[in-house]
Structure formats: C-alpha cells, structure tokens
Design a protein around this ligand. Structure first.
Ligand SMILES: Cc1cc2nc3c(=O)[nH]c(=O)nc-3n(C[C@H](O)[C@H](O)[C@H](O)COP(=O)(O)OP(=O)(O)OC[C@H]3O[C@@H](n4cnc5c(N)ncnc54)[C@H](O)[C@@H]3O)c2cc1C
Ligand SMILES: *[C@@H]1O[C@H](CO)[C@@H](O)[C@H](O)[C@H]1NC(C)=O
Ligand SMILES: *[C@@H]1O[C@H](CO)[C@@H](O)[C@H](O)[C@H]1NC(C)=O
Ligand SMILES: *[C@@H]1O[C@H](CO)[C@@H](O)[C@H](O)[C@H]1NC(C)=O
Ligand SMILES: *[C@@H]1O[C@H](CO)[C@@H](O)[C@H](O)[C@H]1NC(C)=O
Length: 549
C-alpha cells in the first residue's frame, strides 16, 4: 500500500515543504500552495490537474452544486470553498490531509452531499476551507463467495445495491431508503433502512474499513484498532478522518419480497389507526417493516379543503400470502388485502420504497441521483418509547394544516434494533424505542423571509411534541444533523461541556467514548466542523479536573 511508503518519506517531504518550496510559494494563494504541495506528495503518473476547481473555473459552481442536496445550504450568503479537490486515488486523499494540515486550512469532506445542514460543502460561519469531494472514488467489488463487498465511499448506496443484485438475487445490504446517499457519510452515521428490523443498521454490518487519519496514514481495521473502528461505525462524519472504503457484510434476501402502500386520511379514521400502529409497530414479525409517511394533502371530498394523509408503506421479506397472515395476526386494523400487495425482486423493492415510479429500471441507480428534485429543507428527528396520545396527534395535525409542505416519516423499530446493545456501536437508539420520527418541511425559494417562516414552524412543532418523545436526553439521529441542538465554535477551541448536550442527544453515554477515541486519534482536532466530536483537550483545566474526579 502507498501508505507505508509515503510515511517513510513524510518527514523529508515535510522538511522540504516547510523550508525551500514554502518560502518560494509564500506569496501565492492558498490554491497554488495546496496544488504544489499535493504535487509533491502524490504519484505523478496519475495526473490530478483536472481534479482541482478554483472559484474562477467555469465548472466550480456545477461541481459544488452537483450532489449538494439541501438548496438551503447553497445560497449566496453561505461560505464557499476556496478550492474543490476531487481525488482520483487514495494517495491523493492522503496528500490532501497532509497539505491542508501543513497550510493550516480546514477541510470539508463530501461523499454523497446529503448532509442536512450542508456541513460537507459549506459552513455556518465564514472561514477559509478546502472541499474534498470523493465522488470519483467509487469502485465496488462484490464477492458472493466471501459474502461481502468492498465499496469506496463515493459510491451511492443505490449503486451498492445494484452491484450486489447483479451478482446475486438473494443477497442484499441493510441500509438507507434514499438511493442517492453517499456511503461515506451515510454509513458512518448509522444508516437505517427497511431491513433494519431484521438485520440492524448499515453500520452494524460493516466488517472492515479504510481511512486516512489526521497524520495522513491509511489505516484498516487491524491497524486502526477496535476503539477507532468502533467510533467510525455510527459516530458521524467529519470527526475522525477521511473514510476511503467500507467492507460490507452481505445479508440474505428472498427471491421474492412484497411491498405495499396503503393511504388513510383523517376522514377514514387515520388518527385512531395511527394510535394502533404505534402500539404494534415494534412487535410485528421481523421480516416486516412498515413506515408511515404523513403529509397534508388536498381533500378529495371537499374542494378547497386540506386534510392529513397517513400512508403505510412496507417491505416484507417474503411472499404476499405469508404477509397477509402476519398482518391479520398483528395489525388487522389496516385492512390489508391481496390487492394491495405487490411481489417483486429485492432490487425492484429498493426503487419502490424510494418512491420512484414502477417504470424506472434498476439501472437508474447507476445515475447516482434521486428521481426527485432538490428543495430547500429543514428537518429534525425524535425517538418514541410510548405511543403518542390521540389528542397530541390531533395537535400535530393542526400544525401541519398551517404549513405549506409539512412532512413526517415514522419508522418502526423493534426486532434486531432492540437486540443490539446500546454500546455495540456509537448509535445508541435501540431497545425500547417503538419508532423513530423524522420531521421535515420543504419549500421552493431561498429568500430569508420564506426560510425563516418555515424554520420557525418546525422549531415550534419540535417544541410542542417534547412531552411525547424520548427525554433526558431527547434523542436525535446524527445522520439527521440538526444544528439547532448546539453548535461548537470552530476556532479549534471547541467547548467540550457545551458539546455534551448535543453529544448526548445523538450518542447518549457513547459520547464519552467517542471523545476519548477522538482525543487519541486526532489530538489536534484537525477534522472538525460545527458538530464534530471534540477532544478532551478542549476542556479548561478546571473542567478537566472535575471530569477526572
Ligand atoms: C433525501 C435524504 C434521504 C435520506 N434517507 C436516509 C435513510 O433512509 N436512512 C438513513 O440512515 N439516513 C438517511 N438520510 C440521512 C443520511 O444518512 C445522511 O445525510 C448522511 O450523512 C449522508 O451521507 P452523504 O455521504 O450522502 O453526505 P455528505 O454530505 O457527503 O456527508 C455527511 C457528513 O459526513 C461527512 N463525510 C462525508 N464523507 C466522509 C468520509 N468519506 N469520511 C469522513 N466523513 C465524511 C461529511 O463531512 C458530513 O459531515 C437521508 C438524507 C437525505 C437528504
Ligand atoms: C476548469 O477545470 C477543468 C477540470 O479541472 C479544466 O479542464 C479546465 O481547463 C479548467 N478551466 C479553467 C478556466 O480553469
Ligand atoms: C475483488 O474481490 C475479490 C475477492 O475478495 C478479489 O479476489 C479481487 O481481486 C477483487 N478485485 C479487484 C479488482 O480488486
Ligand atoms: C391543492 O389545491 C390548491 C388550491 O386549492 C392548489 O394550488 C394545489 O396545487 C393543490 N395541490 C395539489 C398537490 O394538488
Ligand atoms: C423536476 O423539475 C422539473 C422542472 O421544473 C419538472 O419538469 C419535473 O417534473 C420535476 N420532477 C419531479 C419528479 O418532480
């Protein structure tokens, strides 16, 4: 591996850099210095000129926007990178880390660009940064004999699913529902999806990884050690290093699976039915995953009136006849019939659950994009341990009817999710959670007034449901990153004690171990962003004494 070789020469290169070449380049811009430095540190047989985009380059904006999912984070007021670098090889990623450190410039790392707060391509406060976009590192090697796949982080989860399905119709991988997610950010934050009740999260099914650490070394599971490997499976992106690839353990899927979507509106008794679903959702057969998509829609009965629609969407790992039995026993109130059930292959179900039209073929996944258009959005998450009472549901509906495009998705837990211990990986939301909620509102224009109005709406909604969701801490999913939970200073002087608040929302007691790992593997806090894991050094001496005692 190139890592050991470049490491041997590292001291020499750093010496050269910090003396002659540096002095000569001292009046050059950050772009020039970074370019020269990467030049020094990589194999020149792989040209990388075309991998640099400065703001002057005509392609800069299109590269920046390419995979950025949230238009809210792309507005003119949001800081932009000084430079975008799209490495073509692992050693170019190493060079980027070494050179950014050398130039004392921050990095932002992007795999699929789905970060809810745009942390992979912008920042909440202005400071110069270089964006490393890993979209070109996306080789996937599926081995059915070994029941595993190595996938580079720039691959989308949809590409991973497609490549597996090309090798076998009875293998799959349990991760997210949205096919354009980059596996770099997605899996390092957990990665839940329609097979989690049977097999757990994507991060529960990772068996090895390759990462560039803060010193520029490439490490795998054996060389990084079990603490480090623990932290990157759920501890969230951008804190520990730049992931290069995951080794995924495949899971069995049946030749034929069954899906359905059954909508209920308020007029049909949606509130009562949803109360019932909350009671049974986590107890149903592990082969069955039901999520409820809740939105405000135009009423079909009364013109000009809006109502709430609750759509029950499911994946069942088996055939329709067995599904009907499972539903009759566990959730007959939905009234599922043979007519509602559609049998298909697992890979077809990936497109179905993503909400795509049946006319799209699995090859669409190779386009790496979503079928849906991008929007401006703000989202939040919650975990629920007791059914939300009917009067509180009615309060939520009232708020929904006041908002243009409100949306919430309730994902059933239980099954394998309840069996994996809370400390197995950093993702702590396990036993006793009935379901996870995502709250979301989307809009179509970037002006401040519109933005403020919708953000205000979702914050008020979030406050209003506090009594009915998990408490002390109020749990949140790190992959649904929410800067409202708290933001660190970026000066490097991160406030550890403040970080404990959002740290426990996302990770509960696992936050402490994440801080310990971070302190060990990145003591200078090189990999940082608004909500990165802080080091213990960022405590004041006094606080540190209190912590230790
Ligand atoms: C439309 C949509 C649907 C979603 N559906 C699901 C779902 O079904 N299940 C689910 O679990 N989540 C879902 N998510 C959330 C998703 O898992 C997170 O947004 C995830 O972080 C996205 O990863 P990414 O690589 O695409 O994003 P990016 O924006 O590229 O990265 C996200 C974070 O990880 C960091 N990061 C990226 N690449 C690396 C790397 N190689 N090494 C280290 N850090 C890195 C970034 O700096 C950033 O902090 C969804 C998000 C969206 C927008
Ligand atoms: C912009 O970048 C592309 C790819 O690196 C390169 O081919 C092109 O020459 C650059 N254009 C300008 C104007 O710098
Ligand atoms: C893919 O994986 C198989 C099995 O581990 C291995 O033999 C093969 O060399 C790999 N191919 C590539 C191109 O890395
Ligand atoms: C709902 O009705 C309003 C007008 O009453 C209309 O502007 C809007 O487009 C409709 N929405 C949908 C999704 O049909
Ligand atoms: C996306 O936007 C384009 C242009 O406005 C529109 O034609 C298309 O129907 C939209 N696609 C979806 C899936 O909404």
């Amino acid at each position: 591996m190139p890592s050991s070789i470049s490491l041997m020469f590292l001291p020499l290169l750093l010496f050269l850099l910090s003396s002659a070449s540096w002095a000569a380049a001292s009046d050059h811009s950050i772009e020039d210095k970074f370019y020269q430095c990467v030049n020094l540190h990589t194999d020149l047989s792989i040209p990388f000129h075309s991998a640099f985009f400065t703001p002057e380059n005509a392609s800069f904006t299109s590269v920046l926007q390419s995979t950025a999912m949230n238009l809210r984070c792309l507005g003119p007021s949001r800081p932009k990178p000084e430079l975008i670098f799209t490495p073509l090889t692992e050693s170019q990623v190493q060079a980027a880390v070494i050179c950014a450190k050398e130039l004392n410039i921050q990095l932002r790392v992007r795999s699929g660009g789905h970060d809810y707060e745009g942390i992979s391509y912008t920042s909440a406060t202005p400071f110069p940064f270089i964006m490393i976009d890993l979209a070109k590192l996306r080789f996937i090697n599926v081995s059915i004999e070994e029941n595993s796949a190595w996938a580079q982080v720039g691959a989308t989860i949809g590409e991973v699913y497609y490549r597996i399905s090309q090798k076998s119709r009875i293998h799959g991988f349990p991760a997210g529902l949205c096919t354009s997610l980059g596996i770099g950010g997605h899996i390092t934050g957990g990665a839940y999806g329609p097979m989690m009740r049977k097999y757990g999260l994507g991060a529960d099914n990772v068996v090895d990884a390759r990462i560039v650490d803060a010193t520029g070394r490439i490490l795998d599971r054996a060389s990084m050690g079990e603490d480090f490997f623990w932290a990157i499976r759920g501890g969230g992106g951008g804190s520990f290093g730049i992931l290069l690839a995951w080794k995924l353990s495949l899971v069995p899927v049946p030749l034929t699976v069954t899906v359905f979507t059954v909508p209920w509106t308020l007029e049909q008794g949606a509130t009562k039915l949803l109360y019932r679903w909350q009671q049974v959702a986590d107890t149903l057969d592990e082969d069955l995953f039901i999520r409820v998509l809740i939105s405000a829609v135009n009423s079909t009965d009364q013109k000009g009136k809006r109502t709430i629609q609750t759509a029950y969407q499911a994946l069942f790992l088996g055939r329709a006849n067995r599904l009907l039995k499972v539903m009759k026993k566990g959730f007959p109130e939905l009234g599922l019939t043979q007519k509602d059930c559609v049998e298909m292959s697992w890979i077809e179900s990936v497109l179905y659950i993503a909400g795509y039209p049946r006319t799209l073929k699995p090859e669409f996944l190779l386009q790496r994009k979503s079928f849906f258009n991008k929007t401006y959005f703000k989202a939040k998450s919650d975990f629920v341990k007791e059914p939300i009472p009917k009067f509180a549901l009615e309060g939520i509906w009232k708020r929904f009817l006041q908002e243009d495009s409100p949306f919430t998705i309730w994902n059933a837990y239980g099954g394998m999710m309840g069996k994996i211990p809370e400390s197995e990986i950093p993702f702590p939301h396990r036993k006793g959670r009935k379901f996870m909620i995502q709250w979301l509102t989307a809009w179509q224009s970037g002006d401040k007034k519109t933005t403020d109005k919708h953000i205000d709406w979702i914050r008020k909604l979030y406050d209003s449901v506090a009594p009915y969701v998990s408490k002390f801490p109020r749990e949140a999913y790190v992959n649904y990153r929410d800067l409202d939970l708290g933001v660190d200073k970026l000066s490097g002087n991160v406030n550890y004690l403040k970080a404990c608040f959002w740290g426990s929302n996302y990770f509960k007691d696992n936050f402490k171990r994440l801080v310990q790992v971070k302190t060990k593997v990145d003591p200078d806090n090189f990999f940082r962003h608004e909500q990165s894991i802080p080091t213990l050094h960022s405590l004041s001496e006094e606080d540190e004494k209190k912590m230790i005692n």
